[in-house]
Ligand binder design. Structure first.
Ligand code: SF4
Ligand code: FE
Length: 485
């Protein structure tokens, strides 16, 4: 079976009719609107690589459900090799797009849901996994993009889902019918939502018995009746409204994934697309597995971005005549060192992957949390070094309109030139790229995407097995075992 290509993916989006608002107005076509088109093109790269000989082995997989060749982004990991191939693929995609290509969220949602449903069915005697498999085979065969919808608004954080003054602060089932359920609520920060085909709704946290209506997993088409999306603003997004100029920094792809609020106003979900309905005891496990998978990715996709930044600033120093300075080489060395260290933790949590009872492979949870936590430091340090080496001009650079102006263009060219023989446009373009990749929304995403740093610290402390470490220390110090401490 031929897999959907990048352009076929874009064409397929034109056939959907999702309700999307941006800056108070409706977006009619996400593939052409200046706010969303760059994100569509970044996601399209996940389709395009599957058709290129160089990347085919990484970007495709064999479905364990059908034996057919599928996009890796729709695959359930069957081995450590699968986990490692994914990481390598994400780094390449980060290098090619310089941004978030969005498709991993659904990928991780599929993997978390698959393994958890197996264990849930075993405990409860239910048969949700078979339903899920049917849906997944369609996703695989049609090569669809899925947005993994986990994060609820959460209202008053000191209260659980069932204790909120407004029950819709967590997505919940408002009605159970013979042929399905009706859901209401919202999911925030949904990467790639506006250019996905389907939504995979998952719970946002562990749940207690009182929260039965909130423990729900289901899939919904992106343009199902009752769904409204509101697309977020990003730093410097108005630069795209004029035309795609040098000032955008990265004209083909967005600065960040493109996030939206998805609102569900009494959306009907037929029974065949409901995969968890009230099994509160498994809600926390879905979150934990989803988070671990997604955190393991960050050491790969963000390394790809850090590779681009390292290349960009090195070239900039060449245009400025500073490339050979020992301090410049030292800082670039540090950037490479940090990038490879981050990548190591992404490889490590994959190499230490283990099978779940379903046969689907999970990354090592501790190492995945360490990996994402490293992103919140190393990516920032690499960005800091890039800005340090680039110099202040990336903050004061005149626009492309001035560069092209008949009146002042020659002045911009004269006074922003660097090493002879290198066009001044190169210096400006690479400066804008660095600006786009180290500023505003992109870095916020790097900090908080896949969970804020504190979420990783909680998991690192929880999985740190301190009792075992205390025993090691006591044994070496010759402290005898006691009943108390
Ligand atoms: Fe994938 Fe990285 Fe974007 Fe998450 S931030 S969806 S892991 S590219
Ligand atoms: Fe992200």
């Amino acid at each position: 079976m031929k897999l959907k290509t990048g352009s076929e993916y874009i064409e397929s989006l034109k056939k959907l009719k999702p309700v999307i608002y941006y800056m108070g107005k409706k977006i009619e076509d996400v593939t052409t609107h200046p706010a969303t088109a760059p994100h569509v093109r970044a996601a399209a790269m996940t389709y395009a690589l599957a058709g290129q000989d160089e990347y085919k082995a990484m970007a495709t997989a064999t479905s364990h459900l059908t034996g057919r060749t599928i996009s890796r982004f729709t695959h359930v990991h069957q081995s450590v090799e699968d986990l490692i191939k994914k990481v390598k693929l994400l780094r390449v995609l980060g290098q090619k797009t310089g941004t978030c290509f969005q498709r991993c969220v659904g990928f991780d949602g599929i993997n978390a849901t698959y393994s958890v449903l197996f264990e849930m069915d075993q405990k409860h005697g239910t048969a949700f996994l078979e339903r899920f498999k049917k849906w997944l085979i369609r996703i695989q065969d049609e090569n669809l993009m899925v947005v993994g919808a986990m994060t609820d608004p959460k209202g008053d954080r000191s209260k659980g889902p069932a204790e909120q003054a407004d029950p819709d602060q967590y997505l919940h089932i408002v009605e159970r019918r013979e042929n399905g359920i009706v859901i209401r609520g919202a999911k925030l920060h949904m990467t790639g939502a506006v250019n996905s085909h389907e939504i995979l709704v998952m719970p946002t946290s562990a749940m207690n018995e009182a929260s039965k209506d909130y423990a729900v997993i289901c899939s919904v088409p992106i343009d199902a009746p009752g769904i409204t999306m509101i697309f977020g603003r990003q730093a410097n997004d108005s630069r795209r409204d004029f035309k795609e100029t040098i000032d955008v920094g990265k004209p083909s792809f967005g600065a960040v994934g493109g996030e939206a609020v998805i609102v569900f106003e009494d959306v009907f979900v037929p029974t065949e697309n409901v995969y968890m309905d009230g099994q509160t005891d498994f809600a926390g496990l879905v979150v934990q597995r989803f988070a671990a998978h997604h955190r393991s990715n960050y050491g790969a996709c963000k390394t790809g971005l850090m590779d681009v930044l390292t290349g960009a600033v090195t070239y900039l120093t060449q245009t400025q005549g500073t490339a050979k300075g020992s301090h410049v080489r030292d800082k670039v060395t540090e950037m490479i060192h940090l990038s490879e260290t981050l990548y190591s933790s992404s490889i490590a949590c994959s190499a230490e992957g283990v099978p779940t009872p379903s046969g689907a492979y999970m990354v090592d949870t501790m190492l995945a949390n360490v990996c994402k936590h490293n992103v919140t430091r190393f990516h920032f340090e690499v960005a800091r070094l890039a800005i340090d080496l680039a110099g202040g001009f990336i903050a004061t650079l005149p626009s492309e309109y001035d560069l092209q102006s008949e009146e002042v263009g020659h002045l911009v060219k004269k006074y922003f030139s660097g090493v002879e023989g290198i066009p001044v446009e190169d210096r400006i373009k690479i400066g804008r790229l660095i600006e786009a990749m180290t500023g505003g929304t992109a870095m916020v995403e790097s900090m908080h995407g896949a969970g804020s740093p504190q979420a990783q610290r909680i998991m690192i402390f929880r999985e740190g097995d301190l009792d075992k470490k205390i025993k090691m220390a006591k044994a070496l110090a010759g402290i005898p075992k006691r009943e108390t401490v």
